[in-house]
Every structure is written in structure tokens, then in C-alpha cells.
Write a protein of this length. Structure first.
Length: 400
């Protein structure tokens, strides 16, 4: 073959390769490689660790919260990292946790710590989404003890101490007592769904006696599990009304539903669940919200890059393009509820739990300054879309 022929076919091959690469890149970033410019900062990373806007873009048109990285609370400093990645405001709501107090001494000590946190959050304009765990040092408290009012003196002491420490209604944010009660993690001995609503009434009733303007909410898993020894595939997508039918009017301001994509361990031969219409069913959320009489829905969800990380033989990986597709499916499910007249939001799990018993990495980067990490680009893309759609979202990342 003549040299001109070789050159001609080489150019064709190069062009097809470039076209294929551009398709993959666009699917993960919504940008063409021909839109990318390489500023000098790409080679010389700034000394202060900040990511130049020309490289990272902006997640929103709102400026970052000033001096957030200097906060004493680790959750606020973690939020500052997200701001640096986005060169703008990401969200003003983050998830934190607190245990149910068992006695007045525990209540007072816990309340003092929480009051300091809530006041610092307020000083930065950040609102907490507080998950109230029915645990004491990892031991689960029975719902029967809560709904019977046995813990009322301690709970009253907790909220009265918050009040005396200077916490106000707007500082409280949203409180979610006993999340995921239809999962068998909690102490479910002799448990029936009505016990959950009775326990919620007790806890939020005490809270609103001290903070009538604070928001109360409920979070249930989209799939219900009846037995303590369970596989994720054993859940049933059944009505959640039984868990909320006894809620007293005025205590709950929103309803949250939880659901996550799932994959079996490597080499299992089973199929995963990636359709948000299945694992994050808006129909079930709407039915429960209507029963309570609220029009505000939030979806507790996320995507992961690695699962079963404590066993290399079982570990599975999700590539950035698939994570982006999953997030787009989640957004579509929210829009379905929004079109029916409900206000919607997302609480995005973004924590690396690969070294915990959960063995799942929900995070979007290990190094926020690594511009080559496409998972980081997936988070930025998600944030941009949420802000463009006007759908609020909060962050669940307690890896501090």
C-alpha cells in the first residue's frame, strides 16, 4: 500500500477513535472534549489547594459561605470541602445524628453538645437534618419503651436544656426520630407498625412543646423487611401507611422515603437493582404523605463506587457513567412527585463507609483536588442539575 493510503486510513481510524472517546466523555460529563480548554492552572495546581473556577466550574450561582473552613464543627468543615470543589454554594443543609437519651444526666450532657453545634450551624446559615437514633452506644432501644413514655423525663430534659442554652426554633432545622423503622436494624421484639407512630408522637410531642416552630419528619425505607436475618432482595415494596396512620396532626411537617441501588456480590450470578422507580418508589411516599396530610417529600438516597469492600473476592465496582445514570433516574423520580404538586428534595448519601461494616463507598472523591477523578465530575454535574431544576438537596456525609 502506498504511503498516502496508509496515511488516509490512519486518519480515518484516529477520527473514529476520537469520536468514540468523545461519546464516552460526554455521557459522563455532559460536555464535549472539544469544549475543554487547558488553562495553565491545570498543570500548576494552586498552592492554597483551591480549585480554579476555569477547571471545576460552579455548582450554583450563589456564592460560597464565607470562612466555613474555619468552623469548629467538623460537619461544617466537611461542607467547606464540597464548596471548594464547586466554587460556589452547594447546600445549606447537612445531616447529623443524635442518640435518644436514656436518663436525665445523659440528656443534659448531650443537649449541651448539641446546643453548641446548632448555634454554630446557625451562625453560618446552615440548617441541620437531625437523625434521632434509638441507640445507646450502639445498643438499640426497644420501641415499646419509647412509645410507653418511659423515656419522656430524659427527652424533656434534653429539649428543655437546649432551650435554656439559647437554642431557638429556627436553629433546630428538621428532626427525624427513629429513621428506617421498617428495617430490622432496630430492636423489633414484639414490634408492630403502630408502635412506631406512637413513639414518634411521644418524641415529637415533647420536642414541639419546647420548640413549636421546629420541623418534625419521618423517614421510612421503601422496602419493608419483616425478619431480623435478611437479605436486601427479601424486602417487599408494600404500603407504608400502617407506620404513619397513628401520627398526631401537626407533629410531622414532611415525609421521607429511603432507597438505594443495589448489586449482589461479585461472582454471585444475580442481578442488581438500579431503577429508581423500584427502589425509591414515589408512589409509596405520596401515599404515606397523604395519610399524614403533608405535601413535602424528601428522598434519602445515593450512589456508590464500590461495595463489599471488606472482601476482595466479593467487591463490585460502579463506573462514573453508571453512577451518573443512576442519579438521573433518581431525579426523574423526584420530578414525578413534583409534577403531582408535592415539594421535593434529596438527602444525598456521600460518605465513604468502605472501612465500616456497611463496606460501601458512597463518596465522590478521595482527594477533592484530583481533577482527573470522574466521580468528582459526576457530583458536580448532579449539583448543577439540582440547582438548575430548583430542587433542594442536603448532604449526608459524617466522615469527619
Amino acid at each position: 500500500m502506498k504511503n498516502t493510503g496508509i496515511a488516509f486510513y490512519s486518519l480515518i481510524f484516529l477520527g473514529l477513535s476520537l469520536f468514540a472517546f468523545n461519546l464516552v466523555f460526554t455521557s459522563m460529563t455532559d460536555r464535549s472534549i472539544f469544549q475543554i480548554h487547558l488553562p495553565k492552572e491545570l498543570v500548576n495546581k494552586p498552592a492554597d489547594g483551591q480549585i480554579p473556577q476555569s477547571q471545576a466550574g460552579r455548582c450554583s450561582d450563589t456564592g460560597s459561605i464565607d470562612r466555613l473552613g474555619e468552623a469548629s464543627d467538623p460537619a461544617l468543615r466537611r461542607l467547606a470541602e464540597y464548596q471548594n470543589v464547586c466554587n460556589s454554594l452547594v447546600t445549606k443543609t447537612v445531616t447529623i445524628s443524635v442518640e435518644v437519651p436514656l436518663d436525665k444526666a445523659m440528656a443534659e450532657e448531650s443537649a449541651h453538645r448539641m446546643a453548641d453545634r446548632l448555634k454554630e450551624f446557625s451562625s453560618f446559615g446552615v440548617s441541620p437534618l437531625v437523625m434521632v437514633e434509638p441507640t445507646k452506644n450502639g445498643t438499640f432501644i426497644g420501641f415499646n419503651a419509647i412509645q410507653a413514655g418511659n423515656l419522656d423525663p430524659a427527652v424533656r430534659k434534653f429539649f428543655s436544656t437546649l432551650k435554656s442554652d439559647g437554642v431557638t426554633d429556627p436553629m433546630m432545622g428538621t428532626w427525624v426520630p427513629f429513621p428506617e423503622a421498617n428495617l430490622p436494624y432496630w430492636n423489633h421484639v414484639n414490634f408492630v407498625p403502630g408502635d412506631f407512630s406512637a413513639a414518634v408522637n411521644e418524641y415529637l410531642g415533647v420536642m414541639k412543646s419546647q420548640f413549636p416552630g421546629a420541623n418534625g419528619s419521618i423517614l421510612l425505607n421503601s422496602a419493608t423487611y419483616e425478619h431480623e436475618n435478611f437479605e436486601w432482595t427479601d424486602g417487599e415494596y408494600v404500603s407504608l401507611v400502617a407506620y404513619v396512620s397513628g401520627i398526631k396532626p401537626g407533629l410531622v411537617d414532611s415525609f421521607g422515603i429511603e432507597g438505594f441501588p443495589w448489586m449482589p456480590p461479585a461472582q454471585s450470578g444475580r442481578f442488581g437493582v438500579f431503577d429508581a422507580r423500584e427502589y425509591l418508589n414515589s408512589r409509596l411516599a405520596i401515599e404515606a404523605a397523604d395519610k399524614i396530610g403533608v405535601r413535602s417529600l424528601w428522598f434519602n438516597t445515593g450512589t456508590y463506587s464500590r461495595k463489599y469492600t471488606l472482601d476482595k473476592g466479593k467487591t463490585v465496582f460502579i463506573d462514573p457513567g453508571k453512577r451518573k445514570d443512576v442519579l438521573n433516574g433518581i431525579i426523574s423520580e423526584l420530578e414525578t412527585a413534583e409534577k403531582k404538586g408535592y415539594s421535593v428534595s434529596i438527602n444525598l448519601l456521600a460518605e465513604d463507609r468502605s472501612n465500616l461494616a456497611e463496606a460501601t463507598d458512597w463518596s465522590y472523591w478521595s482527594d477533592p483536588n484530583d481533577l482527573s477523578d470522574m466521580n468528582r465530575a459526576v457530583f458536580v454535574d448532579f449539583s448543577v442539575k439540582m440547582n438548575e431544576l430548583g430542587i433542594p438537596f442536603s448532604l449526608n456525609d459524617e466522615s469527619w
